[in-house]
Design a protein around this ligand. Sequence first.
Ligand code: IMP
Length: 233
Amino acid sequence: MSTNSENRITIVLATGNRDKVREIRPLLENISPLIEIFCLRDLGAEIEVDETEETLEGNALLKAKAIFSHLAGRFRYMIALADDTGLEVDSLQGAPGVYSARYAPMPDHRPPAYEDNVRYLLERMQGIENRKAYFRTVIALKGCIPSAGGDFSFEHTCEGSVSGTITQERKGGEGFGYDPVFMVDGTGRTYAEMSIAEKNSLSHRALAVRKAVTDLNNILQQSSSPNRQPEKQ
Ligand code: IMP
């Protein structure tokens, strides 16, 4: 890719969560000096996307596309990056999965707190022997970047997954969400018994981010190859 500053590519992280931004930004910044990274809050972009799809892939792509359309007029070259995460429990046929944030039924229909979801999961798992589970993060990218053959538009998804077991009771005081009841295979500890740095080094989200960085690198390399044809819109 040429180093012409007109070819600057803006990556927009579809999250208001500062921890996620802190984790993702340094990994992406290393890809190319042409890349600048913002989160929605940096851009003053107010956009709420309802997660209406039935898969993590569907929701991640829905969010990436909505943010891309919302900001497309502001940047010539842009990539929107969105993620969706779910806990998938084998003996519950993959539940809570895409519904992880709103698993526990609440009497007044308000959104459940983390603690409500954990309590409900442990109740549903009472007496169940097979406690195998997976945490899975899907990252979706929707972008338009400069290429040797003209502007190149793409959509891409990738994932990171960590296997573990659902404990009988809560363990540890760190983390959030289902962390106290998810014991990571090969560690003998739940996510909530790990420091934030340790969790971030091996978590489903960290694996997905690393995969997204590798894939994005490949997409950028391929787009600058003279053999690349511009994508039909
Ligand atoms: P989101 O897609 O990142 O918003 O995650 C959806 C839901 O999954 C959250 O509301 C949490 O309940 C749960 N969750 C996501 N990531 C984690 C994690 O790293 N540890 C524990 N729970 C998580």
